[in-house]
Design a protein around this ligand. Structure first.
Ligand code: SP5
Ligand code: ZN
Length: 341
């Protein structure tokens, strides 16, 4: 099936620049943050040059439905805390609450430690507003798919796939892919394929005990790279979700030629479960130029990746996750989208 530009709908978040973390903390040191507004700005500029039509999502118009979805996929305590907390400066966690099941109070940096797993993911004054707009964008994209649009792409920030049910991290706050998956799961089985360089641990966590949303991730081996504590092959799901999760951890410096057969195996696994909808968590941090990752995929390869994904012949929602080369990210996104046209 050939999909022209006209049949491809691209949404973006208009206010994403309001969430702009300055630094992350690694081993006690402040280093410049990687998940910055110029990532999405570079993509939007490149798409405009290529004359793609872009639809902005300016405001949250379905707040109640959104909150219903968000409190299904995330811990309601986390969502209500995020919604009702209004920090006036960047909050980094100081203590992580692994000691008890109670929610700890005190300074916001203590409260953030109830829900956060790392020091890469600060809570900023506008994080909730921006994350909720991206959530709205995912909701709109899911509705487009339900209305028969064959391919919808969402260019938004912050990313989502490291946000789990009640523990978030890795630059992510609300799990964007999971929002659309939850919406689509009311009408059929959903498969989420995560091709970000990093394991989609949050997405895996949210759907780990469910059969109606399959989760599959191709990523750097977590024994070597973030998120470190999830992403191995033997994580296959529990209870109703048994065998509904599949992980492909890979070595460093993977080339196009080495990636392609893994992608085909992932597609084979997905198609054997006969899903009705496909969601792609598209991280462009697998590119050879990425400053925080070490795969060797080329710009041209993303076109082949998209063509390969079309073998599944499913309504497909693509959502941006990582990708930190602010030079190459736009070209890589265009290459991917060309694979659909
Ligand atoms: C969505 C996504 O791709 N999240 C990835 C989070 C990975 N964080 C690991 C942080 C270690 C790298 N720090 C180097 C920062 C240089 N600016
Ligand atoms: Zn990533």
């Amino acid at each position: 099936m050939e999909i022209g530009k006209g049949q491809m709908k691209i949404f973006y978040t208009a206010n994403h620049q309001l969430h702009s973390p300055e630094f992350e903390v690694f081993n006690g040191e402040q280093v410049p943050h990687s998940e910055i507004p110029s990532r999405v700005e570079n993509i939007l500029a490149t798409l405009r040059e290529e004359e793609y039509e872009l639809t902005p999502v300016e405001s949250v118009t379905n707040e109640q439905e959104l909150l219903n979805i968000l409190t299904t996929i995330h811990d309601p305590n986390y969502i209500s805390w995020l919604q009702s907390t209004h920090p006036t400066e960047a909050i980094y966690p100081s203590v992580f609450n692994f000691l008890n099941q109670q929610l700890l109070h005190g300074h916001l940096s203590i409260q953030w430690g109830n829900f956060c797993t790392d020091m890469f993911t600060p809570l900023l004054p506008n994080t909730w507003t921006v994350a909720l707009t991206t959530a709205q964008t995912m909701y709109a994209a899911g509705q487009e798919i339900l209305n028969g649009q064959p391919n919808v792409t969402v260019i938004g920030r912050p990313p989502g796939h490291h946000a789990g049910r009640s523990r978030i991290g890795g630059y992510c706050y609300l799990n964007n892919a999971a929002i659309a998956a939850q919406l689509l799961s009311e009408k059929g089985t959903v498969a989420i394929l995560d091709v970000d360089y990093h394991h989609g641990n949050g997405t895996q966590d949210i759907f780990y005990d469910r059969a109606d949303v399959l989760t599959c991730s191709i990523h750097a081996d977590p024994r070597r790279k973030f998120p470190y504590f999830a992403g191995l092959e033997n994580e296959t799901g529990v209870r109703a979700g048994k065998k509904s999760n599949k992980n492909f951890p890979l070595a460093a410096e993977i080339t196009n030629e080495q990636y392609q057969p893994v992608l085909e195996e992932a597609i084979h696994w997905i198609s054997s479960h006969k899903p009705n909808f496909l969601i792609i968590s598209l991280g462009l941090d697998t590119h050879e130029s990425d400053p925080i990752a070490d795969f060797k995929l080329t710009t041209e390869y993303y076109q082949k990746m998209a063509r390969t994904l079309q073998q599944l012949n499913l309504p497909t929602l693509v959502v941006l996750e990582g990708g930190y080369s602010t030079e190459a990210i736009g070209r890589n996104m265009v290459s991917f989208l060309k694979g659909f046209s």
